[in-house]
Design a protein around this ligand. Structure first.
Ligand code: HEC
Ligand code: HEC
Length: 345
């Protein structure tokens, strides 16, 4: 090779290195802007404390336990399926005896990051949510907690498992401890994704289209509501800031949102900002599951929340970015071998 050709090749190589991934000034500003708006999810470390470990293990078992529901067929996992990224793929969830819930089942991955639980924030914590699920007429359907706990007490092995998880309690099989154990399990279900690798400083973790989508997500103002570690899940906002949401989603009987919980008109059509972690895998969308397609959901958000008509290109880039929020299903999100019943079956 002649030395001048070599020199040109060398300059080209230098240029490629200088403009690639982490070295590019654009990627750097994007990373800085992203860090101002989002925090990475830190993968939970193994539980060292044996009592805490016993609660997580018991919580996992309870989460997949069908026999505590009124028809014996419904566990938490009935509506939060491992193969559906802990949602259920239905517009509205179906509980005991085929009863339909008023709302869509969100993924519970990363729910530990939410400031309140449920679309309308009517559950204070994971523990509160788990305890009240036992009585939900369209979830477990128990008439009272004594009935629910009686079903657990009828399975002999739970006595030992609860005693190990709650060593100071005389009568550890109670609904409060059910909530604590299930909550302890749910707190392990965090799903870091390649977006977290990006936030940690690896600009090449996101493709150029994903980066373009992130740029638009920030610049258009999606980030004013969807921010933090959950990319949402940390505030209440009106669904339909600029225009009525139900006109865009073609729903005839709009859910009044938090107003039905607080009885305050200021909360009309107010919902918890959805966390967008894993959103590419949790269709259908919105509290009523009224929209099947993520691209359409993104365009509706642009219109109802920001008054923008997003172009096909903008929506596609944002959808690509949202895809980067999908993390792997945690290894412990699977049913353990069920305890035998009193007949040994
Ligand atoms: C019959 C289906 C069904 C069952 C069974 C069920 N869920 Fe849900 N889950 C839902 C629906 C629907 C919602 C949304 C309810 C709402 O917002 O009004 C929800 C919401 C949640 C949330 C809040 C997530 C968020 O982002 O706000 C958590 C956490 C949760 N469920 C955990 C559980 C646990 C734990 C159990 C078992 C004790 C359980 N679920 C059983 C359908 C179900
Ligand atoms: C003013 C606050 C606000 C802004 C701005 C906003 N959102 Fe939302 N977003 C919400 C709320 C509230 C919900 C829950 C709506 C409901 O009740 O179904 C939501 C839900 C969503 C959902 C559905 C999630 C699911 O699991 O069903 C997607 C997707 C979404 N937003 C994307 C975006 C995008 C993309 C933008 C920017 C174009 C954006 N949002 C701007 C508040 C906002």
């Amino acid at each position: 090779m002649r030395s001048s050709t070599f020199f040109i090749a060398f300059l080209c190589a230098l240029f490629v290195v200088a403009t690639a991934g982490a070295e590019s000034p654009n990627a750097k500003t994007l990373l800085e802007d992203a860090k101002r708006n989002f925090q990475p999810i830190v993968a939970p470390s193994a539980v060292g404390d044996p009592m805490a470990a016993a609660r997580v293990e018991l919580g996992r078992r309870l989460f997949f336990e069908n026999r505590v529901s009124m028809d014996g067929n419904v566990s938490c996992a009935h509506c939060h399926l491992p193969e559906k990224q802990a949602s259920d793929g239905l517009p509205k969830a179906i509980g005991v005896f085929g009863k339909e819930n008023p709302r869509n089942a969100p993924s519970i991955f990363n729910a530990a990051l939410n400031f309140k639980q449920h679309w309308r924030g009517d559950r204070e914590s994971l523990e509160d949510q788990a305890e009240k699920s036992l009585l939900g007429p369209a979830s477990f359907g128990n008439p009272d907690q004594t009935t629910a706990m009686g079903k657990l007490k009828a399975i002999p092995a739970y006595a030992g498992a609860f005693a190990k998880a709650f060593p100071d309690d005389k009568d550890p099989i109670n609904s409060k401890n059910w909530g604590v154990a299930v909550g302890a399990f749910e707190r392990t279900l965090l799903t870091p994704s390649k977006f977290d690798a990006f936030l940690a400083g690896d600009a090449s973790a996101l493709t150029s289209q994903e980066q373009a989508g992130l740029r638009k997500f920030i610049d258009l103002g999606c980030v004013s509501c969807h921010n933090g570690a959950g990319v949402g899940g940390n505030s209440f906002q009106k669904f339909g800031v600029v225009s009525d949401y139900w006109k865009e989603t073609s729903v005839t009987t709009p859910d009044k949102g938090r107003a039905d919980v607080t009885k305050n008109d200021a909360d009309l059509y107010v919902f918890k900002v959805a966390s967008l972690r894993n959103v590419a895998r949790t269709a259908p969308y919105f509290h009523d599951g009224s929209v099947n397609d993520l691209n359409k959901a993104v365009k509706i958000m642009g219109k109802t929340q920001l008054g923008d008509d997003l172009s096909d290109k903008d929506a596609a880039d944002i959808v690509a970015f949202l895809g980067a929020l999908t993390g792997p299903v945690p290894a412990n999100y699977s049913p353990p071998e069920p305890y035998p019943d009193a007949q040994g079956k």
